[in-house]
Each structure stands twice: as structure tokens, then as C-alpha cells.
Design a binder for this molecule. Sequence first.
Ligand code: NAD
Length: 333
Amino acid sequence: MTRRFKVVVLPGDGIGPEVTEAALLVLDAVTEVRPEVQLKLIKADAGLYAIEKYGTNLPQETVELLKESDCVFKGPITTLEDPKAPPSVAVQIRKMFNLYANVRPAKSYPGTRALKQMDMVIVRENTEGLYSGIEFSVGEDAGVALRVITRKACLKVAEFSFKLAMQRRKKLTFVHKANILRLTDNIFKKAVYDAGRHYPEVQIEEVHIDAMARNLVRKPDEYDVVVTENLFGDILSDEAAEVAGGLGLAPAANIGDNYAMFEPVHGTAPKMAGKRIANPTAAILSMKMMLEWLGFKEAAKLVEDAVVDALREGKVVTYDLGGNAKTDEWLKL
Ligand code: NAD
């Protein structure tokens, strides 16, 4: 008998509910033709809007639902910059389930405004680095943020990246700044080479973060799987997404040993909220990654094929791709 997976859906803030709704309608269409896709969807509250009702952005009720589920599909959520405000929902969930690998594919699709042809995946260490949230004041006018790097977390994400490279073009690029961050980035580097011993077929190369920022613009087609620490990966993946065609097309998965979270790379784009002009492709492709992770490979391929077809044929061209299609026009295809 096919297992019915429990999926919590957090529509989020800003354009989140609009792009999530589009992704869910695509999921409906997929389940009609692939009956093996058995999902129980549970909508729950999280985000800036939830603070008024619950006093926090990730209410305990939602945490309980997450704990009983197999994975979560999340729309973008606003994180306030005020140090007294609750921390990012995504960061809280990543820590709660030790979702150590943030997988961010950057693939140029036909019919988009891709600056270069590319098909790479950035794997960002997702639990520590400067996102550890350890900051403190030193007197009135100075502060320190800790960039925590542990061998344990580096080995986890390195191992994950090698496995991914084995399924792809067997090339792994480690991005670091070990000439300046000599202690911490050498811990990461050693973990990468130690994990690599189990994957002798994978070619390893190293690139400094500053050189990588340039190379991504000039020659992104040279890269396959890229592994790096948290902040470098966050910035590089936005850059890669832009070169590949724009944030509206960039999906992401946060993977742990027993749980995962799927979300578009983009944020809540407040200026676009409610206008139904946001591109839902990033959310739809995040849904595709979720289907793949749950083991529904054929259903996942159906979603990607439909997206490629719609983009190539110019069937749905949202404003970011040079057109004026509305978010829900995907659903009329
Ligand atoms: P953003 O990604 O929301 O927007 C940047 C620009 O990208 C937008 O102005 C828009 O031009 C474009 N864009 C983004 N998504 C698009 C889409 N689906 N279709 C078409 N164009 C799109 O980034 P920001 O302005 O830096 O952040 C806004 C808010 O989002 C902040 O409050 C931040 O905390 C939050 N944020 C949340 C997440 C998350 O939940 N994963 C990630 C990033 C930012």
C-alpha cells in the first residue's frame, strides 16, 4: 500500500500565499495523473502575520504539527531586523530538525532571461557559521558575531555533497576563504577532503569566495556541485539564481537525515504582495524537489517538464521574465 505522507504547508508573508497557492494547484494536477502521490497537506501559521495572534512567528501549535509531519513546504517569511524580534522562522526550523544541507539548484531554462547557460547546485552548510545567532555587545559601540564551524557539521554537508556529485557530473567545488579564516575554513577543508576519500571518482577543486563571485558571472557552466559555508552559500546562491534567470525561478530544499523543508530562495517581495504578479516558478520547482525527496521521481519529472515546456513556449511570462502574466496563469495550462 502506498504511504500517505504528512506535509505541513506554511504559506508565509507577502507574496508567499500567492506562490504557495500556485504550487499547491500544480500539486493537485500532478496527483490526478500520478495517483501514487498520496499527501496529507496541513496548513499552519508561521510568519510576521502570526506574531499578532500568537505573540511569536513560529507558534507552538505549528511546531507540534511540524514534529508529527514528514516534511514542510514553506513560503517566504519576513524576518524583522530588530534584535528583539523573533529570529527567522527558516533558521528556527533548520536548527530544530538539523537540516544541515541547503540545496539550491541554479539551472538556466529556455525562454528565460538567463545571462549564461548553467546547471549547478549550491549546497550551503545550513546550521552554523555566521547564522549561529551568537552575537553580543562589547561596550556601547562594538559587537561580535561568532562564525561557528565544527568538523561534525562540515562532514555532514560534505558527505551529502559528494553523494549528490555522484548522481551528477562528479565534480565538487569547495568554496572558502582559508587564506584569511585560517582556522575555521581549514576545519571545513579537511572535512571535505576526508569525506572525499569515500568518493574517489569525484574530482575536487577549491575556489576562494571572492574568485567564485566573479566566476559565477563569467563562467558558471564550469560548475556542477558547489559546497560552502552558510553565509557564502546564501550570497552565492542568490547571485547564481540571478545569472540563471532570476529569483522568481530559484527553488531550494533544506535536507536533514529524517526531515526536510522546501521553499523558494526568494523572499516576501512586499512591493508585489497582493498584486498577483509574482512568478510562482520557484515555488513550483521547490514542490518538485519535495516530490523527488519523498520518492515520487516520475511525478517530480512531470512538474519540471511542464515548467520547461511553459517557459520555452512562452506560455506564461511573468513581469520578471519580460511579460505581464499573472501568478495564477500557470494554472490554466
Ligand atoms: P526578495 O527576494 O523578497 O525580493 C528581491 C527582489 O526579487 C524583489 O524586489 C523582486 O524584484 C524579485 N523577486 C523575488 N521573488 C520574486 C518572484 N517570485 N517573482 C518575481 N520577482 C521576484 O528579497 P528582499 O527584498 O531582500 O527581502 C524581502 C523580505 O523577505 C525580507 O523581510 C526578508 O526577511 C524576507 N526573506 C525571506 C526569505 C525566506 O523566508 N526564505 C528569504 C529572503 C528574504
